[in-house]
Design a protein around this ligand. Structure first.
Ligand code: ADP
Ligand code: MG
Length: 676
């Protein structure tokens, strides 16, 4: 017998119930014991006035009148009696459940669950609650396949039979430090508390317990990653220094620090698994270039994966220019560059025999039939756009290539600790010299003429502008219609030779042409959908107009705004919107108040919740049972620190107080792969 036993061992649980429980995420006894109530019903209501009308409640009192049963028709009946609660008497009525009259006797204490009518001071009864229950009872998630009352019974049964097997996962010294209950007590009190206070205390311990065990798993991954033999990229330091000197600008302090962190990782035999975080425009691309250059001087290949074709093209062009004089070959691999059979065959051949040093691509890079000669470094740009899976596949392309994941969305602490908890983090916390914050304003739609007027005056100064057309949820076709409409209007207003259009439905060539025309200043305005949301770098562009800006999320708005303010010229972002909701107004306000991506992403997380911020499926954010990683961030942080200290301590495996934690982690790892 152990907590890993299937719920099938419980009395009354056959294949059907097993299936129903599995659907709720409950497979083992341990899952069931940690299937905590999501709220409690407080029967000990002291004051009837606190109950909302039509609210469903359980009321407890003394039966104050003989129950009267009236039958009418064959199946219909009505049962009435009075219930004395403190000093109030309320009427209770049950319809069509005549058998209940047998359960009610005058003078007896009784708890009734039903819908309360405050005006009439009466309760429309739904059921009688067992006399044995406490005043304070847990309410559980259930489904149409398995009733809540059954779940309650099973939890009780599991606890009664298995409680002696519940062992502490959080080491004792930490439990004492934070005054946490032991696991057995905690699980008991969270399911069967006698007071709210008891439940709250247990819940606090449970949140810590949950975060701690999760973080310990991540820290273990991280520790083993550090121990793991990775590649040793013995780059040529002289050449690397020359290369950095030859760049058109001096690196910022933060960039230099990050380069050193990456270089140290590459030289060491440990495996690199590093997240590079830096706000839009902080200069991450050049870091990628430096790391790739170093890799090539050591005789390895490198790959950079970007989330959009436009971005991959831009990177390929820039890097090819940069590397040309050093005799390094750069190839672009996107689904369109690979669409011609002959070209594809050549590319694959040169990649496999090592003629190509550096590959820039989209997810096309991770297709099955693409093989490298000796991949030493894999970089993902705009990491938050990729799923965990894609990171995994890319890694499998080399023996065990060094990994660098770059993200422009500053990751709030919550996500850094959970989703990326096993990675080392480098941060660029400084923008290149001379950058000015983008001046952001919000105007109503009826002022759009003035906005166009403003753009016109700016263009006269020799700068360029983006106009982002409204987003239509989940309809690329309508997005396209919108973009075309805006395109027509812009041509009318600014002159057709001055405007280009860019959208996702165009083929790679057309996109490339539009982008080039804008980069080469052949046109001064680019009307676009969100395809330019990330990465696009045209420093001469200083005006960003976002139409119907309230349809975009905060992170998206910040990214879009990041397309301007990339040089030393004064830049502007104008949000055109008539938001209908408070939430929409709030977003517009935040954008005009700050340029700080970190603050914005934290707000985003608070306003929308983590699943929404990263896209539910892609977030990789674990679902916690009691802890909310946003609300309980403080506990999360402490749990992470403690988990780190425990796992990284030299005698982690031999210290007795850690044995249960180690066993727990082994069970978890056996069940699932936590993170790639
Ligand atoms: P992001 O971090 O958003 O990917 P980029 O790498 O595209 O930013 O860099 C934004 C712009 O800043 C680019 O035009 C790049 O050439 C320039 N840049 C990067 N580092 C520096 C620096 N140290 N000094 C001046 N300009 C820089
Ligand atoms: Mg970038």
């Amino acid at each position: 017998m152990n907590l890993g036993d299937s719920v099938g061992v419980l009395r009354g649980v056959g294949p059907k119930k097993i299936q129903a429980l599995n659907k709720l995420g409950v497979n083992t006894i341990e899952d069931l014991l940690t299937f905590y109530p999501f709220r409690y019903n407080d029967i000990a209501v002291k004051n009837l006035e606190e109950i909302n009308s039509q609210e469903k409640v359980t009321l407890k009192g003394i039966v104050a009148s003989e129950p009267v049963l009236v039958r009418f028709g064959r199946k219909k009946s009505r049962l009435n009696f009075k219930l004395l609660i403190n000093h109030d008497v309320i009427g209770v009525t049950f319809f069509n459940q005549p058998w209940i009259s047998k359960q009610v006797t005058t003078g007896q204490e009784l708890a009734v669950y039903g819908k309360y009518d405050a005006l009439r001071q009466s309760l429309s009864g739904i059921k009688i609650i067992s006399r044995k229950t406490n005043d304070f009872v847990g309410v559980y998630r259930s489904s149409k396949d398995i009733k809540e009352s059954i779940i309650k019974q099973l939890v009780k049964q599991a606890y009664d039979e298995y409680n002696s097997y519940i062992k502490d996962v959080v080491p004792e010294s930490i439990r004492i430090k934070y005054r946490l209950e032991n696991r057995k007590q905690m699980i008991h009190d969270i399911h069967f508390p006698s007071t709210k206070k008891e439940a709250d205390l247990a819940r606090r311990s449970a949140i810590f317990d949950e975060f701690f065990s999760f973080e310990a798993g991540l820290q273990l991954l991280k520790r083993d990653n550090h121990k793991n033999m990775g590649l040793r990229i013995k780059y040529n330091n002289e050449k690397l220094k020359e290369f950095i000197k030859g760049l058109p600008f001096e690196l910022t302090k933060a960039q230099k620090r990050v380069v050193n962190e990456i270089c140290a990782d590459m030289l060491s035999p440990n495996h690199m698994n590093r997240l590079l975080q830096g706000d839009v425009g902080s200069g991450k691309t050049i870091i990628a270039a430096i790391a790739m250059y170093a890799t090539v001087t050591a005789g390895f290949q490198a790959v950079l994966m970007a989330p959009t074709e436009i971005l991959a093209q831009q990177h390929a062009e820039k890097l090819a220019n940069l590397f040309e004089q050093y005799g390094i070959s750069v190839a672009l691999m996107t689904s369109s560059s690979l669409s011609r059979v002959k070209v594809k065959r050549e590319l694959l051949k040169h990649l496999k025999n090592g003629d190509i040093d550096i590959v820039i691509g989209t997810h096309a890079v991770i297709q099955d039939n693409i093989e490298f000669h000796n991949l030493g470094l894999a970089i993902t740009d705009e990491q938050h756009r990729f799923g965990v899976n894609q990171r995994r596949i890319l890694r499998k392309k080399g023996v065990n290539p060094e990994i660098l994941a770059m993200t422009a969305t500053p990751i709030p602490r919550t996500l850094a600790i959970t989703t990326y908890g096993e990675m080392d983090v480098s941060i660029i916390d400084e923008l290149p010299k001379g950058r000015q914050p983008v001046k952001t304003s919000w105007v109503k739609k009826k002022q759009v003429k003035n906005v166009f007027e403003f753009v016109k005056r700016q263009l006269e100064l020799g700068t360029q502008a983006y106009i982002i057309s409204p987003l239509v949820e989940e309809s690329e076709l309508l997005d396209l219609q919108n973009a075309e409409e805006v395109f027509e209007k812009a041509k009318e207003y600014f002159g057709s030779e001055k405007v280009a259009l860019l959208h996702g439905k165009m083929d790679a060539n057309e996109k490339e042409q539009a982008m080039q025309a804008f980069k080469n200043k052949e046109v001064s305005i680019l009307v676009s959908t969100t395809v330019i949301e990330v990465g696009v770098d045209v420093p001469n562009a200083t005006v960003m107009i976002i139409l119907d800006a309230d349809r975009f999320g905060l992170a998206q708005l910040h990214q879009l705004r990041g397309r301007v303010g990339r040089g030393s010229k004064e830049s502007y972002c104008i949000l055109v919107a008539d938001p209908k909701s408070e939430y929409g107004k709030e977003r517009m306000k935040i954008m005009t108040e700050t340029n700080d991506g970190f603050l914005i992403s934290q707000k985003d997380l608070e306003l929308r919740g983590p699943g929404e911020v990263l896209g539910k499926k892609q977030s990789g954010l674990p679902e916690f049972k009691v802890g909310d990683p946003v609300v309980n961030l403080n506990i999360l942080q402490v749990a992470q620190e403690e988990a780190h200290n425990v796992v990284f301590s030299p005698n982690f495996e031999t210290k007795e107080e850690n044995f249960e934690l180690i066993k727990y982690l082994n069970r978890q790892f056996a069940q699932e792969e936590i993170i790639d």
